[in-house]
Ligand binder design. Structure first.
Ligand code: BJW
Ligand code: ZN
Length: 273
């Protein structure tokens, strides 16, 4: 069984040289952003294959845009919670005594909500492996324009639909011409997130970082979506350690070296602060 000895974990933090954290939807749960799986998860109410695949978007971009408009509006209203803050301030000089001075820390988040605050000195390094809700991509191959757009609503055609989506009621009738368009060429735009079957971002960079990591924190993720699910085992296979922070038991956690069960907005500040 994994240990939950916080003092031993603090010793491990201090002796680790290259730390990575792989985070998931549970990190943002206390900020009011719903998770995907489990009780209250979005994939219980909405069909993942219709809303989070390129095929779903080709078939009905209107349904997909309503889902992402609803998610954008929720993220715009949300604030980082103590778990986000604990991760982003992990390398600040004030708490730097917790870790070795020359150590590195990289946060690989599967979340697209933008709630992990960027650190001033680029430590921790933040990698948003599944993209960002507020990136808007042109679907025309000839253009490929990307725009960072936090407008609320993103377009008039979607205004107010978030209330219906929250009730599980997506409107199949919104015409494609009323959906977000590319600011450069006018083609249909799409959310800048990574759907099932698409290539996650910065995989080469992550592989390089994970290959050097000697400690992997697994925070608020069900560890179901590849490739994020692989990094902890990779670190452990090379002799590194794994610490899981989750509300509940999750896939692979019995192999972890440390397991801190409970809301990560409580367990992480205690473990890292
Ligand atoms: C708390 C808490 C609290 C709650 N405190 N904890 C069949 C068809 C198509 C693809 C595949 C297929 N079979 C396999 C695949 C591959 C697929 C995959 O892994 N599928 C499995 C899920 C079956 N992966 C992909 O397609 C990926 N791409 C890929 O593989 O490319 C090829 C390639 C890769 C690498 C090398 C070579 C080739 C892309 C995956 C994209 C995932 N997309 C989504 C949507 C993104 C955009 C959006 O946000 O809308 O990403 S799906 C969804 O799952 C989202 C999440 O990022 C991801 C992971 O979920 P997460 O974050 O773990 O959330 P939950 O809800 O599952 O878990 C929350 C956890 O928090 C729970 O454990 C709670 O207990 C806990 N919790 N409150 C602490 N307060
Ligand atoms: Zn364009």
């Amino acid at each position: 069984m994994p240990s939950s000895d916080i003092n031993a974990f603090h010793d491990l933090l201090r002796s680790s040289k290259n730390i990575i954290a792989v985070a998931g939807a549970g990190l943002s749960a206390a900020s009011g952003i719903p998770t995907f799986r489990g009780a209250g998860g979005m994939w219980r109410k909405y069909n993942a294959m219709s809303l989070a695949t390129p095929e779903g978007f080709s078939k009905n971009p209107s349904l997909v845009w309503q889902f992402y408009h609803y998610r954008r509006e929720a993220a715009l209203k949300a604030q980082p919670n103590p778990a986000h803050i604990a991760l982003s301030s992990f390398s600040l000089p004030s708490i730097r005594h917790q870790i070795a001075p020359e150590s590195t820390f990289t946060l690989i988040t599967q979340n697209v909500d933008g709630l992990s605050p960027p650190a001033a000195d680029e430590q921790p390094r933040l990698i948003e492996i599944h993209g960002r809700l507020f990136d808007v991509l042109c679907t025309s191959r000839d253009c490929d324009h990307v725009e960072f757009n936090t407008s609320s609503p993103i377009c008039e055609g979607l205004a107010g639909t978030e209330a219906h989506v929250a009730a599980g009621d997506l409107d199949p009738e919104i015409p494609i011409t009323s959906l977000p368009r590319c600011a450069k060429c006018g083609s249909l735009a799409r959310p800048g997130v990574v759907w099932f079957g698409e290539m996650p971002h910065k995989l080469d960079e992550i592989d390089e970082i994970a290959a050097k990591a000697d400690l992997c924190l697994v925070v608020g993720t069900s560890s179901t979506a590849r490739p994020s699910t692989c990094y902890a085992a990779e670190v452990q296979d090379r002799g590194g350690k794994v610490a899981v922070f989750n509300l509940d038991r999750s896939k692979g956690d019995r192999d972890a070296d440390y397991l801190f069960l409970g809301p990560c907005e409580e367990t992480l500040p205690r473990a890292l602060g």
